[in-house]
Design a protein around this ligand. Structure first.
Ligand code: SAM
Ligand code: SF4
Length: 265
């Protein structure tokens, strides 16, 4: 699929839940996500149908995200169903890793290709502050489990305030280098203020080469994180919603009311 700016759109980011076990200050309100009524969540069957419709239109890359995707019940079944779809060349997940000690091996066996793991600091006190009470050791155990399960590559997502030279970011860079895990530095963004930057070491945040659509857990397709427009899969049908999102993808982001925990970052 090509949009009106002649960008090839082939990447779908699926948020499968707004809920999270952490409350990162830059992502989630202190009180947690508003609960999406269960009936509004796209079912796994609907998600698979949506991805199938996407593949028919040229989608070949899917990332499962959230909220925290490993909190959604039976997520391994969804991974297995997506991994079986012919035409999907890249199936990845972004996770905070806390539940990977239990899930790394089942996810690998289900056919997940790649993992991105969020890690902003190696200081337990700072980690607890950023995540409003999280336990860094759970993440470190999750990373170790992902390595042991044989995931390759495992990329680390590190949110920075201003520069990858910040002490926390340097520590994450050294941690990644020691284990052969590439690190992507993501400057803290603000959708309401329209503040976004290119990801350092990655390909996000660059409007001219943006290749993605986002799907919220309640089945709305957003052409851009920094734009309020969305198209509901249940109202329009998967194919029409995907086409509408591509045709109306803005040339560049501006500002929006979208929340990271709703649209998967
Ligand atoms: N819970 C999972 C995790 O943390 O990896 C997946 C969802 S999280 C919303 C996806 C990514 O968005 C994470 O790497 C997170 O650091 C990033 N993110 C969240 N809020 C952000 C913000 N305000 N600016 C930049 N990146 C952000
Ligand atoms: Fe949860 Fe990920 Fe948002 Fe942190 S960044 S609150 S781990 S969804």
């Amino acid at each position: 699929m090509y949009d009106s700016s002649n960008r090839r759109i082939h990447y779908l980011r699926l948020s499968i839940t707004d809920r999270c076990n952490l409350r990162c200050t830059y992502c989630m309100p202190a009180e947690g996500a508003m609960i999406v009524p269960h009936a509004s969540l796209l079912t796994y069957e609907e998600i698979v149908q949506l991805v199938q419709a996407g593949i028919a239109l040229g989608i070949d890359k899917v990332r499962i995200t959230g909220g925290e995707p490993l909190l959604r019940r039976n997520v391994v079944d969804l991974v297995a169903a997506l991994a079986r779809l012919p035409g999907l060349h890249d199936l990845a997940m972004t996770t905070n890793a806390c539940r990977l000690p239990d899930f790394a091996v089942p996810l690998k066996q289900a056919g997940l290709h790649r993992l991105n793991i969020s890690l902003d600091t190696l200081d337990p006190t700072q980690f607890a502050a950023i995540t409003r009470g999280g336990n860094l050791q759970e993440v470190l155990d999750g990373i170790a489990a992902a390595i042991a399960a044989g995931f390759q590559p495992i990329k680390l997502n590190c949110v920075i305030t201003a520069s990858p030279d910040e002490p926390d970011a340097r520590a994450v860079a050294a941690f990644g280098a020691a284990r052969g895990l590439p690190v992507r530095f993501i400057r803290r963004m603000n959708t309401a203020q329209g503040r976004f930057w290119q990801v350092i070491g990655g390909d996000g945040g660059h409007c001219a080469t943006c290749n993605r659509l986002r799907v919220s857990s309640d089945g709305r397709i957003f052409p851009c994180l920094f734009n309020n427009t969305s198209y509901a899969v249940r109202e329009l049908g998967a194919t029409a919603a995907l086409l509408a999102a591509v045709q109306n993808k803005p040339t560049a982001g501006t500002a929006s009311a979208n929340r990271f925990h709703h649209l998967g970052g």
